[in-house]
Design a protein around this ligand. Structure first.
Ligand code: DC
Length: 228
């Protein structure tokens, strides 16, 4: 059996990573693993259960329960995130959960607890496109394909506004607030002590500012094709 092909797609929030990851997975016949959704689910559980986002030990314990509780399901062509028997796909995308997810992701106990889960999900079948922050550096340092997808903070804020509006979550949100949240989250994600957001030394950096989705997807597909 050939070994599963791992495509690591890392980069900051709102760089267009998710859409590119989905299209590349579809076109290359690979599974899609949205690792941010895993951190978001831990954050959702913490918010619901009243666990403080600075309590690393308690959050780590919460994270260890996820392998038995979390499933990624494709339903009518859409990727859904299911926690126990609840579809939490929308609940994990609120601004509150975004902020909490970034805080939760700082804790080594959380990251350690989620490492094996991400690896197991990635190695299924023909392989996977995993999108995240530390896939090429920590989760799959030997990934066949590594791309770091980025864009200017302003461009990312514009895209996030569109995305929130499309999901019906844009009510009361302003561009300025979204931009400030992105800048703050970038800072927190790139300055944290464990697994900070940075491109792997051997990652191809793709700046999507001013590029079309087709151009970016094509660039990643070309990297995948070179490994087949
Ligand atoms: O990609 P996202 O916005 O859904 O990720 C939510 C948070 O989870 C983000 O603030 C950083 C964190 N994260 C992480 O630390 N490592 C990953 N591999 C994926 C996400």
């Amino acid at each position: 059996m050939t070994r599963p092909l791992i495509v690591a797609l890392d980069g900051p929030a709102g760089a267009g990573k998710s859409t590119v990851a989905r299209l590349v997975a579809e076109r290359a016949g690979l599974s899609l693993v949205d690792t941010g959704a895993i951190y978001r689910t831990v954050a959702l559980l913490a918010l619901r259960g009243g666990t403080p986002v600075d309590d690393g030990a308690a959050l780590g314990a919460l994270a260890t329960t996820l392998p038995a509780r979390l499933r990624f399901v494709v339903q009518r062509g859409e990727n859904r995130v299911v926690l126990d028997d609840e579809d939490v796909s929308a609940a994990i995308r609120t601004p509150d959960v975004s902020t909490a997810a970034s805080a939760v992701a700082r804790h080594p106990a959380v990251r350690g607890a989620l490492l094996e889960l991400q690896r197991a999900l990635g190695r299924r079948g023909a392989g996977s496109v995993l999108e995240g922050r530390d896939i090429g550096t920590i989760v799959f340092p030997d990934a066949e394909v590594k791309a770091f997808v980025t864009a200017s903070p302003e461009e990312r804020a514009r895209r996030r506004m569109l995305e929130l509006a499309e999901r019906g979550l844009g009510e009361g949100e302003t561009y300025e607030r979204v931009l400030a949240a992105i800048v703050a989250r970038d800072k927190q994600d790139s300055e944290r002590a464990v697994a900070p957001l940075r491109p792997a030394a051997d990652a191809v950096v793709i700046d999507t500012t001013g590029k079309t989705l087709d151009e970016v997807t094509g660039a990643v597909i070309a990297l995948v094709a070179a490994h087949r």
